[in-house]
Design a protein around this ligand. Structure first.
Ligand code: PLP
Length: 340
């Protein structure tokens, strides 16, 4: 992997995504998205045995980095497209991010969300004015949303297979690297791969020596297996507490970018994710959702090298009852398992 570090030339399915696209996205997001803080903790550093810099996207608008890509994508719609609106599918965070972006830009948003996903994500999307419908665990959510968009004459906005979405997500890494110099490693959660693609494009263009490490749950190891096989592998719908990372295969464009720019993909167990959410809450007084905490989980589990390590803490949208069960020591695994 990482045989080509000239991020400016990164191509996604024929469409270029380079540092300049990420910089353009940053200009579009200026004054709209939050410039999220970078959190540090000597206690956490002590446990990890290295200096950690957490880019707190749990404090981003709508509680995750997804607002960056969603707003960047909707900003590029023509006046006619804005009137017709957009349709999407989402495990939750892309849906609520699009809902807010649509509210701000006056674009009607219709989103198909996971029926078994966190309530907090569904309620937020509806609260921002999106029309929310549900997909079940067995249906083809992509086909459902793409078909609805075609029928309505609306624009389908994918959660990661889109150059503007990828560029928007990359602004998280751009900000982190602007603020913290000399990072050895950047650790990023992987679902469909939009976040890590954008971050890798930005990070490798700014610092070709930086090591970019992706993290997946053991149960949702589609990208890990795909990288090992050298082609996109499809797995069964994963049963993991990290509800935002329950993808069954990496995206085509995102896989193309990450095979060139990402150095390694590592896996974390459900128990390690639970430990990271708990540690973030109790040590750093920071609410992270399981998908958002996998980077910290990988570091605490000793799966990441480097002296100065940046971690994208990608989201904080978790139902209160689940957070309570996790931090009071309830062993919690899988998407729907409730053990307390
Ligand atoms: C909190 C959080 N982190 C990471 C991801 C993964 O992002 P991507 O699908 O771009 O890889 C998601 C996706 O929904 C998410 O919600």
């Amino acid at each position: 992997m990482a045989d080509n570090c000239d991020g400016a030339a990164a191509r996604a399915g024929g469409e270029p995504v380079g540092l300049e696209d990420v910089q353009k996205a940053a200009a579009t997001l200026a004054g709209v998205a939050h410039r999220t803080p970078v959190l540090t903790s000597t206690r956490l550093d002590g446990r990890a045995g290295r200096r950690l810099y957490l880019k707190a996207e749990n404090l981003q608008r709508t509680g995750s980095f997804k607002f960056r890509g969603a707003f960047n994508r909707l900003s590029a719609l023509s006046a006619q497209e804005r009137r017709r609106g957009v349709v999407a599918f989402s495990s939750g965070n892309h849906g609520q991010a699009l809902a807010l972006a649509g509210q701000l830009l006056d674009v009607p948003v219709s989103v198909y969300m996971a029926g078994d996903g966190p309530r907090v994500k569904r309620l937020a999307a509806a609260g921002y004015g999106a029309k929310v419908q549900f997909y079940g665990p067995d249906g083809d959510r992509h086909a459902l949303a793409a078909q609805a968009a075609a029928q309505q004459g609306a624009v389908f906005v994918p959660p990661y297979e889109d150059a503007l979405v990828i560029a928007g997500q990359g602004t998280a890494a751009l900000e982190l690297l602007e603020e913290v110099s000399d990072l050895d490693t950047l650790v990023v959660p992987i679902g469909g791969g939009g976040l890590i693609s954008g971050c890798a494009v930005a990070a490798k263009a700014i610092n070709p020596a930086i090591r970019v490490v992706g993290v997946e749950p053991e149960a949702g190891n589609d990208t890990y297996l795909s990288v090992a096989a050298g082609r996109r592998i499809t797995i069964d719908l994963p049963d993991t507490i990290a509800d935002g990372l329950r993808t069954t295969s990496p995206g085509e464009r995102t896989f193309e970018i990450l095979t060139r720019l990402v150095d390694e993909v590592v896996l974390v167990s459900e128990a390690e994710i639970v430990d990271a959410v708990t540690t973030l809450a109790l040590t750093m007084k920071t609410v992270a959702e399981p998908s958002g905490a996998v980077g910290v989980a990988a570091v605490l589990a000793g799966r990441v090298t480097g002296r100065r390590v940046g971690v994208i803490l990608s989201g904080g949208n978790i139902d209160a009852d689940r957070l309570a069960r996790i931090i009071t020591g309830g062993v919690e695994t899988g998407a729907g398992t409730k053990l307390k």
